[in-house]
Design a protein. Structure first.
Length: 268
């Protein structure tokens, strides 16, 4: 996975930087599981609500994200907070994230690129399963390209590092391990009309966890997620509801889940 980042950057560098093409207006910055590479326009804020139901464990994850430009589109700051219901019973706050994104490439370049650096804050109670109990770091490289009036694609490569996560007690002593997770994803968006899109998102992750013996164990999973979204324009307010049915795969399981999306975007 570590070799993917320089390969993607190399490919982007050797492709000629074409002048920006004129396309019709359409929804473009409201992806679900895949991160698009468009920072917020100057003096425009976005509020994003997500709900994700995991059918195999009956968990429900609610997240709220707010994105703010910092004096223009080049720099963006945002934060995300989570609320979880585990096994359909216990509920509580999850870990929070503070995010910074830099608009490296934009419409003047061949594609949009916006590297992100995030700090994960241990706001959830790890003893109850609502967080990891440590400060972590996440990096992501999203790239976005609109190819035609009808088609947009996004590519993500990312990694998460959680140092000194506490694991199960072995021999009377608790163990602490550094856990890493790697992710690669892509999506294709079909612009049926200016306000209505069909979406297909694909994610692969490879991550570490602490096993019962206290050792670090690695596993992988894939999510295939078809979905749709629709924009409602009320003056300068844009409201975008969306729905997807992510199907998660591991080597032994396959589960059908539900993802709901709602965002509000307006000038400030």
């Amino acid at each position: 996975m570590k070799r993917l980042l320089p390969i993607i950057l190399l490919l982007a560098a050797i492709v000629p930087r074409l002048s920006a093409q004129e396309f019709s207006e359409a929804i473009e910055d409201n992806s679900f599981l895949i991160e698009e590479a468009y920072n917020q326009d100057d003096r425009v804020v976005q509020h994003i609500f997500n709900g994700y139901y995991l059918s195999d464990v009956k968990d429900m994850i609610y997240t709220f994200t707010q994105e703010w430009p910092m004096g223009g589109q080049t720099h963006q700051i945002s934060y995300s907070i989570a609320y979880q219901t585990l096994n359909g019973r216990s509920s509580g706050l999850g870990d929070a994230m503070i995010n910074y994104r830099y608009q490296l490439w934009d419409e003047k370049d061949w594609c949009w690129i916006a590297p992100r650096l995030s700090v994960i804050l241990p706001t959830g109670k790890s003893a109850e399963g609502f967080g990891n109990g440590v400060v972590g770091v996440q990096v992501s490289l999203p790239a976005s390209k609109r190819w035609t009036n009808e088609f947009v694609s996004h590519v993500n490569v990312g990694a998460t590092i959680l140092p000194n996560v506490e694991g199960p007690t072995t021999g009377g002593n608790s163990v602490r391990r550094t856990l890493q997770t790697y992710l690669i994803g892509l999506s294709g968006i079909y612009l049926v009309s200016e306000n209505f899109n069909l979406m297909f998102e694909l994610l692969y992750n490879y991550g570490a966890s602490i096993g019962e013996s206290g050792s670090v164990e690695f596993s992988s999973g894939t999510i295939v997620s078809p979905g749709l979204r629709y924009a409602i324009i009320l003056g300068k307010l844009q409201i975008v509801p969306g729905l997807a049915v992510p199907i998660s795969f591991t080597s032994t399981t396959r589960n059908l889940n539900v993802f709901a999306y709602l965002s509000f975007e307006h000038p400030f």
